[in-house]
Design a protein around this ligand. Structure first.
Ligand code: 2RA
Length: 339
């Protein structure tokens, strides 16, 4: 029983995490197809004690498939997502290709499950559902429960983004550069144009005419779509930091209605997929290492924004695993909701 699934981009960091999450959550699949580029086709991959041959992704790859998890870059999603959907496949796409398209749900299951209304596997009709950007997911997992209670007027986000967001090769280069620098050797810079180890720099996404980079504008636009609120004011500064696989984000929230820090902490403690790490006495707050390879997003530094009058502002600090909740887990949770 269960759906036949396909994993597109199975050899990438997120593709590999799809398999880990499917296994961890005992996802009820009938069969699974491992799809990747021609370069990887023919290689064997083991999953749940079975060996699979990686198949080259083609237009025929989706015959008989019910759910396809895509994480192979925007151009592959653009080329094959609609083809799969036209064959009745439920496509959950981790790329940014369709996120802002009208009619394409942009979903964080704990935040806006209603966006999946009416979408079910096996009804013959396919669809494309978009996984939000990792930094958006991690931020909104903590900001949304507060928004639902006191209505966010304005959100200011500063991100500290891990190497994993730039792919497995970036993680490998960070490790290599760290070793090289410690050995007094010049750092190997193939992925990023400047040294990454012991350094940080503005996110590597292209800078737009308004001076924001694409990562920052994703945060702005995706938040408005997910909250279905075109008026909420959002601004972001996204930075790449020498951390392996978990993003950290400082978030300032200005509310329409008052929300004090104790009530905020209580709301967050009850929020699905969120843990509160907020020990002022011990100065213990969320860290990327503490959330790495975990499902939950951690939030701390919960405090009243002293620049605001009354309880109309809060500052919080959020950490979340970029490959897991930021990509693979969120996508698999969407797939579960389609069953
Ligand atoms: C990054 N959000 O961290 C991107 C990954 N898709 O660079």
């Amino acid at each position: 029983s269960g759906p036949s699934i396909a994993v597109v981009g199975v050899t990438g960091a997120v593709g590999q995490e799809f398999l880990r999450v499917l296994s961890d959550r005992d996802f009820p699949y009938r069969s699974i197809k491992m799809l990747a580029s021609k370069r990887s086709a023919g290689r064997s991959i083991s999953f749940q004690d079975k060996d699979y041959l990686i198949e080259e992704l083609t237009g025929d790859s989706f015959d008989g498939v019910d759910v396809a998890l895509f994480s192979a870059g925007g151009s592959i999603s653009k080329a094959f997502g609609p083809v799969a959907a036209s064959k009745g496949v439920m496509v959950v796409d981790n790329s940014s290709a369709f996120r802002m398209d009208d009619g394409v749900p942009l979903v964080i299951p704990e935040v806006n499950p209603e966006a999946l209304e009416g979408l079910k596997v096996g009804k013959g009709k396919g669809a494309i559902i978009a996984n939000p950007n990792c930094s958006t997911i991690i931020c909104l997992m903590a900001a949304t429960p507060l928004h639902r209670h006191a209505t966010v007027k304005r959100m200011v986000v500063s991100t500290y983004q891990a190497a994993s967001g730039a792919g497995a090769a970036a993680m490998e280069e960070l490790e290599l550069q760290t070793r090289e620098v410690l050995e007094g050797k010049p750092p190997t810079c193939n992925i990023f144009k400047e040294q990454y180890a012991f350094n940080l720099f503005s996110h590597n996404a292209p800078v737009l005419p308004n001076g924001y980079n694409e990562e920052e504008m994703k945060m702005v636009k995706e938040t408005r779509k997910i909250w279905n609120d075109s008026n909420v004011k959002v601004t972001a500064t996204c930075i790449r930091v020498p951390v392996m696989r978990a993003h950290a984000e400082s978030v300032n929230l200005q509310f329409q209605n008052p929300l004090d820090e104790d009530k905020a902490k209580e709301i967050l403690k009850n929020a699905p997929g969120v843990v509160v790490i907020d020990d002022r006495a011990a100065n213990h707050f969320p860290t990327p290492l503490e959330v790495s390879n975990k499902d939950d997003v951690a939030v701390g530094r919960i405090r009243r924004d002293v620049s605001q009058d009354g309880n109309y502002g809060l500052d919080i600090f959020v950490c979340g695993d970029q490959i897991r909740k930021g990509a693979a887990l969120n996508a698999v949770q969407i797939a579960e909701m389609l069953l």
